[in-house]
Design a protein around this ligand. Structure first.
Ligand SMILES: Nc1ncnc2c1ncn2[C@@H]1O[C@H](COP(=O)(O)OP(=O)(O)O)[C@@H](O)[C@H]1O
Ligand SMILES: [Mg+2]
Length: 243
């Protein structure tokens, strides 16, 4: 279950700016993503979507601005900070270790152990729980590097969801998934939304955006263009024009 404390809280970006040497990746990005909604981020390549999610995930620090969850202002200095703040980001580039098993990847950092000895059976059981509904067919004792790219992406998603985060951000999660895997992911995202979480969803695929998203924010060249609060009032052409 979701932490009582965070239920109902929005995620707010306030004037976020990010500069890389020679590139202004984000300028004064402000918008709100609400609980019980899937909020799409759209914009051409290089618009700054992944940079914003890396700031949310604590991998990058902004040069200006901040983000808020509910009424708390967050300054994430690391990925661990972001996780502790109730955030899970599934990055575009996979973060897993191919030489380790699926279970080890899923539970890295919090393996069930007794007197310093990892409880292998408990670990496999917990890993199987985390994969339920998303990738039941993956055997947690498989070496990660032996899975297909789509399956690895599902493991990454299962890992991010294991922290029971209030805010969950997906960066192009379907890029290497099969049609059947996409269906399962869509069902899980709908469930997370119905539980009252804040979901951010980055994709180029219009049909996914219109199917799963409730609101959409458009970026262009690192700048905020517009938020449409109701996908249902928006046409495909309007969205394309805006981008
Ligand atoms: N680590 C980095 N170092 C330098 N420039 C970067 C870095 N990450 C992103 N950029 C630049 O920032 C801009 C936004 O990139 P990105 O956030 O990846 O866009 P998107 O995800 O919307 O395609 C681009 O111009 C990109 O080249
Ligand atoms: Mg990107």
């Amino acid at each position: 279950m979701l932490e009582q404390q965070q239920a109902g809280e929005s995620l707010r970006f306030n004037d976020i700016g990010k500069v890389f040497p020679g590139v202004r990746a984000l300028s004064e990005i402000s918008f709100v993503a609400r609980p019980h909604q899937v909020h799409a981020l759209m914009g051409e390549n290089g618009a700054g979507k992944s940079t914003l999610l890396k700031i949310l995930g604590g991998s990058y620090q902004p040069n200006s601005g901040n983000l808020q969850i509910g009424d708390r202002t967050m300054h994430f200095k690391s990925a661990a900070d972001s996780i502790a703040g109730g955030v899970a980001v599934i990055h575009q580039e996979l973060q897993l270790v191919p030489e380790m098993t699926v279970a080890e990847n899923l539970l890295l950092g919090h393996m069930p152990s007794r007197f310093g000895v990892v409880n292998r059976r408990a670990m496999l059981r917990r890993a199987r729980e985390l994969l339920t509904g998303l990738a039941d067919e993956i055997d947690p004792s498989t070496r990660l590097g032996d899975l297909s790219l789509g399956q690895r992406q599902l493991v990454e998603i299962a890992k991010a969801m294991s922290h029971n985060a209030h805010v969950i951000a997906f960066d192009e999660p379907t890029s290497s998934l099969s049609a059947r895997e996409i269906e399962r992911l869509m069902a899980i995202i709908a469930k997370l939304r119905d539980e009252g979480r804040v979901i951010l969803y980055v994709s180029h695929r219009m049909e996914e955006i219109f199917r799963i998203c409730d609101a959409v924010t458009v970026f262009k060249d690192g700048r905020f263009v517009r938020t449409f609060e109701h996908m249902s009032d928006l046409s495909h052409d309007q969205l394309v024009t805006c981008m």
